[in-house]
Design a protein around this ligand. Sequence first.
Ligand code: NAD
Ligand code: FES
Length: 282
Amino acid sequence: MHVILARQQLSPNVTRLDVAAPRIARVRRPGQFVIVRLADCSERIPLTIADADPARGSITLVIQAVGKSTRELSALQPGDSIHDIAGPLGQPTELIPAGTALCIGGGVGTAVVYPIAQGLRQRGARVVSVIGARSSEWIIFQQELASLGDVIVCTDDGSCGRKGFVTDAARDLLEAGGMDIVYAVGPVPMMRAVAELTRRYGTRTIVSLNPVMIDGTGMCGGCRVSVGGAVRFACVEGPEFDGHLVDFNELQDRLSTYREFERRAEACAADACRLNRSPTQP
Ligand code: NAD
Ligand code: FES
């Protein structure tokens, strides 16, 4: 069992949990993730390790409540527990040791960019971050990234920072030159747009993919993605790949496969909740 040590609401549907996991906190590296199961029979949810504190023996998980299981995880309070956490899983980020890295985070993907930016700073690279959100209340990890380098905030509605998508700010930075590599994490359309943009400038681009994952150990094939025409398993060979080689159409297609099942699971959970509250209702 892994006890929740702290909880923070970062945006309307994004929650930060600091969870006791001493061994993972000691050995994890930027870019790696865990698979959590809230209870013995719960769904397995892959989550990037956003931060870790080896002295406290904790890891930080950032959860966007989008379905039944993520809503249950987001509702956990300090003192509650997660049944099991497997990890660290996946390959660590390829970090450049010098030069300038442009780190682009879209929405909740910004929490995935943070450990990459931390790793880059620790290795000695300069970090410039561009983070985007729908509006001001959805911006996360701004202060944490500001402690590592310059941060440009973009909002779709202009309520904070620059109005527009992260790609608008990234274009200006790439046009000015001096970026040795780009790391981009966020919604699939964003990562695709970043990859298309950086291709024009010939700037190496790493994206972190979020396909459906089940076992997380390379056995089920659920997380398969196409990169450079080859099948790759994101859980063991990724989750980070060369953005210029990723088949984003296929990724988007596969991500939508289980949408109807997820919708039904949510409807069932809502029914069960209603029945528990009003057992006399039909
Ligand atoms: P969102 O839809 O609010 O978008 C966040 C920002 O991304 C926008 O403000 C914009 O700046 C940028 N963006 C979005 N679409 C764009 C486009 N077509 N072109 C250029 N920029 C664009 O983000 P959200 O709701 O926080 O993200 C949710 C999605 O992110 C989910 O689909 C989730 O699965 C995915 N996600 C991915 C990872 C990963 O590892 N890649 C991690 C967590 C979540
Ligand atoms: Fe099963 Fe990757 S999640 S092979």
